[in-house]
Design a protein around this ligand. Structure first.
Ligand code: ZN
Length: 118
């Protein structure tokens, strides 16, 4: 899924909280809590230019914060899959984090307030 299609499916107005997906806890990258088994998978991110494990850096921006730019060519967005909550229509990206001791899924809610970059 490329950035244009992703922009199309992100709701302009959606509730800030959801009993189904609990996206309110996923404003920055967080353990997915097995959401990948519950939500509808729409496809994988197709980035403009895959930067591998390089992370996007923008000034002082903390890439784990809720304000972080979602730069799709960069890690971990470039390896993410796009999921949608049927209940609230919220769009959530999930990727498998393989660094550290055990692989684990990480999730981030991408609302219309998150700035996207190809
Ligand atoms: Zn939801």
């Amino acid at each position: 899924m490329n950035i244009d299609r992703l922009r199309e499916i992100i709701p302009l107005n959606e509730p800030d909280y959801c009993e189904e997906c609990h996206k309110e806890n996923l404003r920055g990258w967080t353990n997915s809590n097995r959401l990948e088994t519950k939500l509808l998978k729409l496809g994988k991110i197709e980035s403009l230019k895959n930067k591998g494990y390089e992370a996007y850096k923008k000034g002082e921006e903390n890439r784990f914060s809720s304000e972080a730019t979602a730069a799709l060519s960069y890690y971990p967005y470039n390896g993410s899959s796009v999921y949608q909550c049927i209940s609230c229509k919220g769009v959530i990206l999930i990727y498998l984090e393989t660094g550290g001791h055990a692989a684990r899924y990480q999730a981030r809610w991408i609302s219309s307030r998150v700035s996207l970059k190809p």
